[in-house]
Design a protein around this ligand. Structure first.
Ligand code: PRP
Length: 208
């Protein structure tokens, strides 16, 4: 039995679809349930449902053997994690967003709102302009509309949120994928089960 951590956010649906394509039935997981822990003995897994930002810690500490989380979140956290696979579905991008026509000028100093301060500072390191990074937890689109910030660094997937707020995707900063992450010690202790899951996901053509 392996303990598998799944993200509760927007990545949950593509992760469940990938696991089911790989042959898991996950009978305990029902839409609308508030349960956070399921045992799917038939699949040989116990499932934990976690907030994306908490998930890497559970895997790094070995509470969960493995899990799925976005590369956007992984880039923000420390942790010695193996990352053998990325899902093909549910891809998005981390982009620079602003009011239509907003363009940072060389030598300028702006305010950049984001949930991703570490990625933002790394990326800003080699820009010809500078920015004060304002850390927000959500509703990012309001920041440039209400002049809290000049620009936003945030996830764009369908582009619908931008469209609804008349904002523009100025530059793609990172491609974002959902990663399968594994605890190193768990790979030693439960190599056969974890390797089987990796092979099933590859064979189903849902991850690479
Ligand atoms: C992200 C992001 C945007 C939205 C973009 O938020 O912050 O608001 O998705 O997606 P779209 O291009 O498909 O419209 P998310 O829904 O993950 O919620 P969060 O703000 O709670 O992180």
């Amino acid at each position: 039995m392996i303990r598998l951590a799944l993200p509760k956010g927007r990545n949950l649906d593509p992760v469940l679809a990938a696991l089911r394509a790989a042959g898991l039935t996950l009978p305990g997981l029902q839409a609308g349930s508030r349960r956070l822990r399921f045992e799917a003995a038939v699949d040989g897994v116990e499932i934990l449902l976690l907030k994306d930002w908490d998930l890497p810690l559970y895997v790094e500490q070995g509470i969960a053997d493995c899990g799925f989380v976005g590369s956007d979140v992984l880039e923000e956290v420390d942790g010695d994690l193996l990352e053998p696979l990325r899902l093909l579905a549910g891809r998005s991008r981390l982009s620079l967003i602003g009011l239509p026509g907003a363009r940072p000028q060389a030598g300028g100093q702006l305010r950049l709102a984001t949930k991703y301060p570490r990625t933002a500072r790394r990326w800003l390191g080699d820009r010809p302009w500078g920015a004060e990074v304002l850390e927000l937890q959500g509703s990012m689109e309001l920041a440039p509309l209400l002049n809290l910030a000049d620009l936003v660094l945030d996830i764009v997937q369908t582009g619908r949120t931008l469209l609804e707020h008349h904002l523009e995707e100025l530059e793609v900063v990172r491609e974002v994928a959902t990663c399968f992450i594994v605890n190193r010690a768990a790979l030693q202790a439960r190599r056969s089960s974890i390797t089987t899951l990796v092979r099933q996901l590859e064979a189903a053509g849902v991850a690479q």
